[in-house]
Design a protein around this ligand. Sequence first.
Ligand code: IPM
Ligand code: MG
Length: 356
Amino acid sequence: MKIAVLAGDGIGSEITAQALRVLDVLVRDGLHAEIEHGLVGGAAVDAAGDPLPEATERLCAGADAILFGAVGGPQYDGLPRAQRPEQGLLRLRKRFDLFANLRPALVYDELAHASPLKHELVLGLDLLIVRELTSDIYFGQPRGIRINEAGEREGFDTMRYTEGEIRRIAHSAFQAARKRSARVTSIDKSNVLETTQLWKDVVTEVGREYPDVTLVHMLVDNAAMQLVRNPRQFDVILAGNMFGDILSDEASMLTGSIGLLPSASLNAEGFGMYEPIHGSAPDIAGQDLANPLATILSLAMMLRYSLDQEAAAIRVEQAVRLVLARGFRTGDIAQAGESTVGCRAMGDAVVAALGD
Ligand code: IPM
Ligand code: MG
């Protein structure tokens, strides 16, 4: 198994380093995996003038899976869009057709108090956002900023989905729901937007093939509200690229911290990229303050979905549970008065827990 590691920017190198220490333990115990590092994002712009250099693309094409850190930083905000770090990520998603983005949000009992919501609302929460990742207004053409007839600047983007694109992500969601509590909530804005009317129609059609799964349609604004009013009503949330981006950040806070949420982005062949859903956090980069758990949990998802190593995935997830139960807290998940550990010490704790 060959794993391409793209640490990226900001805290990317710190968090991926801890995930790789976890991988080292598994390799020592017999897992066959080799890693190779590649440049992406701002780091790649600095080194090669391109957020996704040819060499990185080749490395990923030859790998069995990609472990991704984070990209972006204020020093790149002024660059033309094609050179922005985020383009490295978006192009990887498109290049490998990683349309199915799985973002589980799980509340650990020990951390229910870290949620900004009342703990009785989030205790036991376990939901999965299935987000379409290669289409929608993120990629729709035309787009741009132009001068209109009135001589005024005008910005425009195109929300667009084909039937086939909706169909395949809907299948991903229904299949995931079958392994869980068999409920899918499909997100749309069909009261206003044509694209999402088609989304709703196609999801309904696909849903007929899954009579054992309950399908509910919900408008995105209502969903944003329901997520904080009664989040446990959700099992699988199926959303397009844009709505899924927004709702997954919201859902992450239910768990106490965005620093805890892993993700998998898969194509039809099961090839996948694995990354924490949080960003590069330039404000704390290089200070050993970042929470590496989302990246370590992303490694667990890689073991499960791309490397077919369910037992190893469970072992990593249990080690994370154990360190939380033992009281290890990075700053983002600490309560007032609790002592905290840094990124590396959190990695130490997970490595130690793997042996228990
Ligand atoms: C995410 C991020 C990305 C997105 C950015 C960095 C382009 O917010 O993975 O959720 O919008 O998809
Ligand atoms: Mg996002």
